[in-house]
Design a protein around this ligand. Structure first.
Ligand SMILES: NC(=O)C1=CN([C@@H]2O[C@H](COP(=O)(O)OP(=O)(O)OC[C@H]3O[C@@H](n4cnc5c(N)ncnc54)[C@H](O)[C@@H]3O)[C@@H](O)[C@H]2O)C=CC1
Ligand SMILES: O=C(O)CCC(=O)C(=O)O
Length: 526
């Protein structure tokens, strides 16, 4: 497929005129053709106007038509074939197997949301029938369903150029909810973004939907992304990236005349907590598995295990020795962009140079923009006294913190910021000690997992990829899994609506065969 460097504004494709963006191959250390033109204010204006114009028609498409549209996007992405994977490999430095897997996850995600739409449960239809004879006062007829919020701005993530980008989880869940999407491509993978954007545009066209259901903009700086969030026609934002970037967009959204929600996934160090019996039974195996999770994809996962907490002792020493042995054998791997590589090197230097931090192991050195893994260690006292040691180092770096005892371990956890994941390694003999930690951990993280690591999020119905700030800007939601659709919906109640005006979801009959709550009782379609 020829990559033209054009952005997609509704059904049109045209070259932006505000500055130039080129992809960069971090493995070859070379910029890549073609040039992508940055969007102008006029381009943004047109994309938002089209999205607004498309909104009412799109959100009123039948559940079946919307589901088929999501499936068509998935089919179109696969139809591009290897050209997508090859471009993505060059732009990201990520290996083929990872990107083939990520493409599978992206397609699965779109198809899962097609199933969610067909099921209709996301509408949360509720009917409280009128009770005209109720005393002392009659009850009105109340019917509720969720409706789409409006056009959504999606900021693609650098580290998941497919599954968290142009047709990733935010776009899939917004489209499933009935919201048009204006995507802002990440400049680290513009070619991948164009290919995927064209797959979405083609699906819009073949489904006969209004053009404005989807647009894709490139930004040669930050101004277009900022103007997108500020645009009054945009009603919500999905973002995955840095804490600083997420917070900048949240500030813009809050300062609008009409503030809007920003669902930003930002910063998490994903503590791994090792309990004594687990260490006694299998410290070496845990250390080896930890090193594999840490170095996966050059550590460029927001679920990367950046912190290890345990009570000091022989078990923890065995864990650290096994992890160090595996990490020192780990090859350096290309990082996504020179900027991300530079930020990683700076973060690692801060740890290496810190007087209260010891270097446990470094991976094999690399060249160009390759990240060299690192494992560091400190005491509970030093960790508590130096808040900068809690900062995310995005890449394959982790810090082991040695607590004096279980009370000390508890105090360390209590002082942590919000997290996407917390991973507990436990054996049967630990259960009584683990139980009292659970309420604290629920306050800290969106996902609590056992005897594993958080990297590699399963896309399903019970997944939570979220968590208290700064893991995300709104810990009540998830950006992965079917529950992600709820971010882009709001409930509307219809009181005493004439039967002839009721939407099909809320009539007395249930022709769409969706689950509904009648007078509080869930009724499932036969
Ligand atoms: N926790 C996580 O999931 C991730 C964290 N990161 C962190 O972010 C750093 C930079 O990586 P990026 O992916 O480029 O993240 P980033 O936050 O710098 O950029 C993400 C997107 O937001 C836009 N953006 C950022 N700041 C903005 C602003 N002030 N105004 C308007 N638009 C803005 C960018 O143009 C880009 O499209 C990494 O070194 C790492 O520390 C990166 C990827 C994922
Ligand atoms: O671990 C994963 O599969 C997803 C991680 C993620 O959301 C991210 O790195 O942005």
């Amino acid at each position: 497929m020829k990559i033209t460097g054009e952005m997609l504004i509704g059904g049109a494709a045209r070259a932006g005129r505000d500055g130039a963006i080129k992809a960069f191959d971090p493995t070859a250390g070379q910029p890549m053709e073609p040039v992508f033109g940055g969007a102008t204010r006029e381009d943004l204006e047109e994309a938002c106007a089209l999205a607004k114009a498309a909104f009412d028609t799109y959100r009123h498409t039948s559940l079946e038509a919307r589901a088929a549209f999501l499936e068509a996007i998935a089919d179109n992405i696969l139809e591009v074939g290897d050209a997508l994977v090859e471009r993505c490999m060059a732009e990201s430095g990520l290996p083929r197997a990872r990107l083939e897997g990520e493409r599978g996850r992206t397609v699965h995600q779109l198809r899962m949301f097609a199933g969610v739409v067909r099921d209709g449960g996301f509408l949360e239809a509720r009917i409280d029938p009128a009770q005209p004879d109720r005393t002392p006062a009659p009850r009105v007829d109340l019917r509720l369903r969720n409706v789409a919020l409006g056009p959504v701005a999606v900021f693609g993530a650098s580290n998941f150029p497919l599954a968290f980008s142009v047709a990733g989880g935010d776009t899939a869940s917004a489209l499933a909810a009935g919201c048009p999407v204006v995507a802002k491509a990440h400049s680290a993978h513009p070619g991948t973004s164009e290919i995927v954007g064209r797959a979405v545009q083609k699906a819009v066209r073949s489904a006969g939907l209004p053009d404005g259901v989807f647009s894709l903009l490139f930004d040669s700086g930050l101004a277009i992304g900022q103007a997108l969030v500020a645009d009054p026609r945009i009603k919500a934002v999905g973002f995955t990236g840095s804490r600083r970037g997420g917070q900048a967009l949240i500030a813009i959204a809050q300062a609008r005349e009409e503030p809007i929600p920003v669902y930003a996934e930002m910063s998490s160090i994903n503590p791994v907590i090792l309990f004594p019996s687990a260490l006694a039974e299998r410290a070496e195996a845990i250390g080896k598995a930890f090193a594999a999770s840490l170095t996966l994809g050059a550590g460029q996962f927001c679920t990367n295990p950046g912190l290890v907490l345990a009570v000091e002792g022989e078990g923890l020493d065995r864990f650290a020795a096994a992890a160090a042995a595996a990490i020192s054998e780990a090859s350096a791997a290309a990082m996504l962009t020179p900027g991300i590589h530079a930020a990683y090197c700076a973060g690692v230097s801060t740890l290496e140079d810190h007087p209260q931090v010891t270097t446990v192991a470094r991976g094999r050195p690399g060249d160009l923009f390759q990240g060299q893994a690192g494992l560091f260690s400190t005491t509970a006292e030093a960790f508590t006294a130096n808040p900068e040691l809690q900062h995310e180092v995005f890449g394959a770096s982790s810090l082991v913190v040695r607590a004096p005892d279980l009370e000390g371990l508890r105090a360390l956890i209590a002082a942590l910021e919000g997290q996407l994941t917390v991973a507990l390694h436990v054996a049967d003999g630990d259960h009584d000690q683990v139980r009292p930690f659970l309420p604290l951990l629920e306050r800290k993280a969106g996902r609590i997992l056992f005897n594993g690591f958080g990297t590699g999020v399963e896309v399903g119905h019970a997944m939570v990829h979220g968590g208290p700030f700064p893991a995300t800007s709104d810990g009540r939601s998830t950006s992965v899994g079917s529950l992600a659709i709820m971010r882009f919906l709001r409930p509307v109640c219809y009181q005493d609506m004439p039967k002839g005006l009721l939407p099909a979801e809320l009539g007395d009959a249930n022709p769409l065969a969706i689950p509904r709550r009648i007078d509080g009782r869930l009724e499932l379609p036969a």
